[in-house]
Ligand binder design. Sequence first.
Ligand code: NAD
Length: 340
Amino acid sequence: MTTILVTGAAGFIGSNFVRLLVKRKEPVRLVAFDKLTYAGNLANISDLLGDQVIFVKGDICDTDKVVRTVRDYHVSQIVHFAAESHVDRSILGSGPFVQTNVVGTQVLLDIAKSERIEKFLYVSTDEVYGTLPEDRPDIKFTEETPLQPNSPYSASKAAGDCLVRAYFHTFGLPVLTTRCSNNYGPYHFPEKLIPLFVTNLMENKQVPLYGDGKNIRDWLYVEDHCDAVYTVLQKGRFGEVYNVGGNNEMTNRQITEIILREMNKPWDKFVRYVQDRPGHDRRYAIDASKIKRELGWEPKHRFEQAIKTTIQWYRDNEKWWRDIKSGDYLKYYETQYAHR
Ligand SMILES: NC(=O)c1ccc[n+]([C@@H]2O[C@H](COP(=O)([O-])OP(=O)(O)OC[C@H]3O[C@@H](n4cnc5c(N)ncnc54)[C@H](O)[C@@H]3O)[C@@H](O)[C@H]2O)c1
């Protein structure tokens, strides 16, 4: 059976990826490798652990630990989600972003090379392309768009992206890259816009809206992204980049309006405008025609329904996000899994 090392598997998208493969009964063993930074939460996957899903706590920058894990579990494929992922934090300090997103990716690539890994998939982001004009809806990011990252986060992801490309061209490493737009769904850390707004409103607190609220993002349900990643892993051509998007552009203001409406909260009382993020990209839009044409992937979820499912998930899993907001989740590993 194929064994896949999933880095960052205790985070938002990584945990949804593991969950999707288990749900679909895919014939793979998954080694969930995660440092459990503030963004990693073992509670995201603890119900899945067993013969098919194994958890290893480790840092992707730790060569010995990764090599040992690859050898111990006979890993043949790597899906690399692990990253420092929050733009605002990268503005406060870019050191951890360069360390994990650049150095960590280089460490994994070297190990993939020395351990003769059969497939290495790098989960990148549309943010590596920079920003688009808001008055030109005809222009979208294609895989050929030059990389012009504008935040320390996206710069570090772009550096990882370039290293992946270089290992393909220099060493013939069997790499694949996906560049996806903004995700939403269950297990999303409540510092990001949608889970922050939903959980704040559940606590009857205001939601902070950046600048004029007119920044445009493309939004994709996380399960669709995970499905795309697995599709590329199975059918993608080595050395290729695949854009992944929801064809669902919305301003932050529109997202806020939808969430407020779903949660029966009035705009005037619950929205607080805050000073814009420095260097805030104005618009991201993804042309995902290549992955549809070549691999037959397209999103299955529509925003109108999936946002309702998402809000309901936060209603049903109040303890999950309350533990994060209170910091209690940080003790989870120690109390539940110290013996592992
Ligand atoms: N969230 C999005 O909308 C989005 C969109 C496109 C691409 N991406 C990319 O997808 C990936 C996952 O994003 P996410 O939103 O799930 O992030 P996240 O912050 O929720 O999860 C990141 C995970 O990586 C782990 N991690 C961090 N540093 C590590 C290290 N040095 N060693 C091992 N594990 C480490 C964390 O503990 C955490 O579990 C990232 O590479 C991100 O750039 C995210």
